[in-house]
Design a protein around this ligand. Sequence first.
Ligand code: AMP
Ligand code: ZN
Length: 434
Amino acid sequence: MIRDPEHETMPRPELEKLQLERLKVKVREVYDRVPFYRRAFKEKGVTPDDIQTLADLTKLPFTSKLDFRDNYPYGLMAVPLEQAVRIHSSSGTTGKPIIVPYTQGDVDTWAEVMARTLATAGTTKDDVLQNAYGYGLFTGGLGFHDGAERLGALVIPTSSGNTKRQILLLQDLGTTVITCTPSYALILHETARDMGIDLRDTRLRLGVLGAEPWSEQMREDIEERLGIMAINVYGLTEVIGPGVSVECPHKCGMHIAEDHFLVEAIDPETGEQLPYGEAGELVVTTLTKEAQPVIRFRTRDIISLNPEPCECGRTMVRMSRVTGRSDDMLIVRGVNVFPSQIESVLLDVEGVEPHYLIVVDRQHAFKSDELEIWVEVSEGVFSDEMQKMEGLEKRLRSEMDSVLGIAARIKLVEPRTIERTEGKAKRVIDRSEL
Ligand code: AMP
Ligand code: ZN
């Protein structure tokens, strides 16, 4: 269902007009109120008056995670602290966490954006929605909660963890929609199976899954195991939390809430804006955020953008699945490797579980000479029969070789030996952490 047809199906010229109006206001606001932006604008020799068209966006400086850290905790705010009503936070890559304050207006806008997000995914007010994203500083829990309530669904705020109880509630309360990370969806399936429950026999029909990278193969796996439709949802703390983009049931890219977020894809090396269709780093400018607007935030997420109208009738640009984060990329013997490539190879091979670990020996941040992949073997396939296991290992090695272009060591491990995480899965580890 299209919750907000006025915005979601707006002809693009009109949408762009709205974006430009909103952009001008925000640019003026941060210039006048946030010393960090005023300084950054001056360094680039740009003032708010230089923004006359959407193309002028490229004149503005980028912001990054580092700027959040340098201005920790309240240095990027555009309103007095008294006007903030909530804080969320995400662990930064290094050192200080990233702090994001919200005004009451921000909280309301976000709830509406999330209601729209859930509706786009196929949720209605008649659904029983179990929200297994973590509640607390993480944006997932409260973001989905507020949106689902706004939509009028019945919300079960389980948060993540306590999986056995989740399964009981899911059964007893007739949960129809689950919201959680894709890796937690797999834990739910595994735990239910242990309890003798097949999730396909429950009322569960839809999963709105995100907050971490996952592949198309992983989607198929989850849909099959849980008996649901699995929809991809994307967002990040710095710009709001979940709700930046989401798939409609056509599952052909995530519609971006473009009336709130102005997006670009850039070449991560040169910073040049790329044409539609080319893979690059997603950059987001917030158009309605009050407490802490962000200008040209470099997400590090690699995507491509598609402006073609969708069959669902929405005109909002769609972004592809995140194929990797520029800081997730591994360089193994000079070859660039993304964990997502490894995942899609693994899950295409029969006899392998969707649980794996990429083990590297990092001398530098992303560089490693060795690539070892630990792969969990399915219960039925795992056997003492050397020959069978060797065959599987060989198959994986050669598939990996042809897709990645480098040789990887494959280590087959027993079912259930790779550690499960309830929030975002950690799939790449340094040997020194073992
Ligand atoms: P956080 O601010 O802690 O919620 O983390 C945001 C980051 O999680 C994003 O920049 C992405 O790297 C990742 N992320 C969120 N949703 C998705 C998704 N659907 N697919 C891939 N990565 C995602
Ligand atoms: Zn659509």
